[in-house]
Design a protein around this ligand. Structure first.
Ligand SMILES: C[S@@+](CC[C@H](N)C(=O)[O-])C[C@H]1O[C@@H](n2cnc3c(N)ncnc32)[C@H](O)[C@@H]1O
Length: 227
């Protein structure tokens, strides 16, 4: 990153360089982000109300719109400059933009879908569980929660394999030493949880048909349906 413009807690992003950097740092970017849009599309609702948690610059919402052009988006993020960029990108498709913490109350909805990418792993496990219950409460019956998440392995050796493969993908995509070092510094603050735990928390929160749709080493798209 050339210049630090955003500081949210311990996490730091520069909205000006964020989007290009994501494509280098998230392997199989189109597969992972596209899967979220595909799942929203499978709801079969022409104009679904969609809440994007930790929306950042709107990369995930843009992917949802590509799959479901009629989607009406409500964005939530703790960093206003990131949200400002998302609103500029998504224009008239944004029904609402809320600057708020993921540990606090959610917009009431109800929503046909709640989506999130690479944001919830900033919360502690207990906060994740509480958030899953709040998400369940703002969904319509049959509504979808889908999360593109950075996970930890089921054990330390698996997590080490994830890191080796993550660096390999990122380097192949053009990440240089400085960019990888900055990514490692940011990731040191992440609070990733194993996939199996997160799927169990979804079931405990009242989600059904809970499933991991796509997994690329430490990146997973998992989903559950309300009721
Ligand atoms: C890595 S970015 C992901 C942004 C976007 N979802 C994407 O896929 O590009 C993480 C985002 O989550 C937001 N975030 C992190 N922790 C948060 C919290 N506790 N409350 C609200 N937003 C948070 C950050 O401000 C940032 O925009």
């Amino acid at each position: 990153m050339t210049e630090i413009e955003i500081s949210y807690g311990e996490m730091i992003w520069d909205p000006a360089t964020y989007d290009a950097q994501r494509r280098r740092l998230v392997p199989a970017f189109d597969l992972l982000y596209g899967a979220v849009g595909d799942l929203v599309g499978q709801l079969g609702v022409a104009s679904p109300a969609v809440l994007d948690l930790g929306a950042g610059t709107g990369l995930l919402s843009a992917s949802v719109l590509a799959a479901v052009p009629g989607a009406r988006l409500h964005l939530l993020d703790g960093a206003r400059p990131m949200l400002d960029r998302a609103v500029a990108r998504l224009g008239g498709r944004v029904d609402g933009a809320t600057v708020a913490d993921l540990t606090g109350p959610l917009p009431g909805g109800p929503f046909d879908a709640v989506v999130s990418a690479l944001a919830i792993h900033h919360l502690a496990d207990d906060e994740k569980k509480k958030l899953f219950r709040r998400i369940r409460s703002v969904l319509v019956p049959g509504g979808l929660f889908v999360n593109l998440e950075q996970i930890s392995g089921p054990d330390e050796r698996a997590s080490e394999r994830y890191e080796i493969m993550h660096e390999r993908y990122a380097r192949e995509a053009g990440t240089d030493d400085d960019e990888w070092a900055a990514a490692l510094t940011r990731m040191a603050h992440d609070r990733c949880s194993p996939l199996a735990d997160q799927l169990a928390w979804l079931r405990e929160s009242g989600f059904s048909s809970v499933d991991c749709s796509v997994k690329v080493w430490r990146f997973a798209v998992y989903a559950g349906w309300a009721g």
